[in-house]
Design a protein around this ligand. Sequence first.
Ligand code: CA
Ligand code: CA
Length: 354
Amino acid sequence: MAKLAVLIILGASLALLGQMFVAIRERFNASREVEPVEPRNCHLIENLENGSEDIDILPTGLAFISSGLKYPGLPDFAPDEPGKIFLMDLNEQTPRAQALKISDGFDKSLFNPHGISTFIDKDGTVYLYVVNHPHMKSTVEIFKFEEHQRSLLHLKTVRHKLLKSVNDIVAVGPEQFYATRDHYFTCFFLTLLETILGLRWTYVAFYSPTEVKVVAKGFNSANGITASLDQKYIYVADVTAKNIHIMEKHANWNLTPLKVIQLDTLVDNLSVDPSTGDILGGCHPNAMKLLNYDPNDPPGSEVLRIQNVLSEKPRVNTVYANNGSVLQGSSVAAVYHGKILIGTVFHKALYCVL
Ligand SMILES: [Ca+2]
Ligand SMILES: [Ca+2]
């Protein structure tokens, strides 16, 4: 009898494990391959070899690029080098990426930049907000951009108990922003478990010097975040749920869900086309290849454009798709006057004229 009980328990455990294995493969699109979609006029950007996880382009065509992210479980080609913020002027005939100087009074040796966002104040001052992970913790660094010196002046480090495992931010004021939390747990093993179990314990937090609060919750893994051109809506990518949440923003900064755009790819960072309001998503077509990195079968890249975001039937087009032979692990895309920049978590970055 005891043997039978052991056998039943073993059988049930194996069945459960099998089910979990299938669920993980499905969640990470483990068997998906991409059909190539490659604009003709593209080239890899010199100097950007170790990631370009997030990109934010100013209305003047200056692009900020965060590079050198160290993130548990993901490849890193320069583990001993601190991260950097690069600048590119997309008005130039052949734009080059140049690392920005960072003022003293900020520990550059621990700089581990992740999501970024810019904010232009009424007087024209440009602020750059950067999610930073010194010692794998989360802070938000606020810099003032000094264009003539091509440098960043560090103003403030924001820390808060609600700002844990921060992935991306969108600045909505000189000291106000929304931030996504991508995992509930901070220990790597538990983060893996929460992904496997499909827990919906992550959220969007709002920060201001006087008030910090959770404004939207119930995401598998809240990742990229941005605002609509009119600032009335906030768009949030839930990467492992493979969708984008459209949320209405209220005067008290609370968010209410409006709709969800379901996709078949793991959406990372979002940007908005300044000329159309379309959403551009940097996506991971097969995240299993990202987590089990093999240079001989690398993770691919995919950029989607979502038109008529607020309509009943938004249109989804593929702007770029590659199996990893050119670009691996795309995490963001942003456009300016017919040009597109595509960034990656740990690989290179691509510039195309569309
Ligand atoms: Ca961002
Ligand atoms: Ca991200």
